[in-house]
Design a protein around this ligand. Structure first.
Ligand code: GLN
Length: 385
């Protein structure tokens, strides 16, 4: 073994390997059904795959422009306008990124300086806080309450100080499946009005929303839109998480700073896919069917555990369903997630992983982006508990 001469003083003392990697590795090791890390197990559209292939053969294999190819930025602009009625300028307000995570890192890094406070609602997706801390920022936590995880906007207002630089919201929400309604947006607009607070809105599940609910993008409220980085993900929308491609739309002044970071994090994003997406995204049928498609999967999963003692509120959006097991066991959620992977062969993510203080409310998160047979098999095993 080679020993290094000097030890690194860690910048992230509270961070280990992500729970997604831990649980997926364990699922593989024990050959368990993997409902932990969120990714589909069914194929990407043949048409999209052919388009990527054709563009590789056409020779689009060198660096794309730093901000993304113009053709794709133009289609993103049209799509955003058609859905949310705001026209972003493709040249100065839209950036293609290597996934939603990169976009979130870039936006946080563009905005947060030493000792700036950032409001984070917990449970929170795991990439927000490390990015805040790497930039010297201070996360200010607000804990959302099981089972509906509604934001108490009065509490949020009370947490705002002169140091508050940024608020991060996420709708549809990973890991709870909660969504922001119009009233939430109104309240958020009220509390940021007359401040210089920026917002990152993680909307990577914008097309995965159920039961007739509409996705309330922050783009639709001018008070919010003008101060927000809105992040979306092609990986989620087109069942291809491994392609790591997403984008950020933000007003010009924000995009200037965003791109300064983006250009030194990845510089640019996978070229042939951008040409393929520029074509594929033109057809709204390629994403409009997602609510119906995923609602069916959610219902298959919930139906398969109907007779169990799990307690749940059906997910409103995203491809995650939380199940509370307080009637089944009093084990810590992390231990149970590990035990279920090893013993019954179903992997999930313990919700405590999404809290800085590892709050354990006896809840596990299951990904239902799986073929029907896999969902039924997992449900059968879980129903026996
Ligand atoms: N977004 C995925 C999830 O929530 C995980 C992505 C990752 O592994 N970093 O499960």
């Amino acid at each position: 073994m080679i020993t290094s001469k000097s030890a690194i003083i860690t910048k992230l003392p509270n961070v280990g390997t992500t729970i997604f990697t831990v649980m997926s590795s364990l699922a593989n090791e024990y050959n368990a059904i993997n409902l932990s890390q969120g990714f589909p197990n069914f194929p990407v559209s043949d048409e999209l795959i052919s388009l990527v292939n054709q563009n590789m053969k056409k020779g689009y294999n060198q660096y794309a422009p730093m901000m993304g190819i113009k053709e794709l930025r133009e289609v993103i602009s049209e799509k955003t306008y058609n859905l949310y009625n705001v026209k972003y300028n493709p040249d100065s307000e839209i950036t293609v990124t290597s996934g939603g995570t990169e976009a979130i890192f870039d936006a946080i890094t563009a905005v947060v300086k030493t000792n700036d406070e950032v409001i984070v609602f917990e449970p929170a997706y795991d990439c927000y806080v490390p990015a805040i801390e790497l930039n010297g920022g201070i996360p200010v936590y607000i804990s959302l309450k099981y089972p509906d995880y509604k934001i108490d906007w009065n509490e949020a207002k009370n947490k705002i100080t002169p140091k508050t630089k940024l608020i991060i919201v996420n709708t549809p929400h990973n890991p709870t499946g909660a969504v922001l309604d119009e009233n939430d947006l109104k309240q958020l607009a009220n509390i940021v009005q007359n401040t210089n607070i920026f917002i990152i809105s993680d909307e990577v599940y914008e097309h995965i929303i159920f039961d007739g609910l509409k996705h309330n993008s922050l783009i639709t409220v001018p008070e919010l839109q003008q101060r927000s980085f809105i992040v979306s993900s092609f990986g989620k929308t087109f069942h291809a998480t491994g392609w790591k491609t997403g984008y950020c739309v933000a007003p010009k002044e924000l995009t200037v700073e965003f791109r300064k970071i983006h250009q030194f994090v990845t510089f640019s994003t996978f070229t042939p896919l951008q040409y393929a997406l520029a074509d594929f995204l033109k057809n709204p049928a390629n994403y409009n069917g997602l609510p119906k498609f995923y609602k069916k999967k959610r219902n298959i999963f919930l139906n398969s555990i109907k007779k169990s003692k799990f307690i749940f509120v059906p997910s409103k959006g995203s491809y995650f369903q939380n199940l509370c097991y307080s009637e089944i066991s009093d084990e810590p959620d992390y231990d149970l997630a590990i035990r279920l992977t090893k013993e019954i062969g179903v992997a999930s993510v313990p919700l405590s992983a999404f809290y800085h203080d590892k709050k354990d409310e006896k809840i596990l998160r299951f990904c239902f982006a799986k073929d029907d047979e896999t969902l039924n098999r997992a449900g059968e095993r879980l129903a026996k508990l």
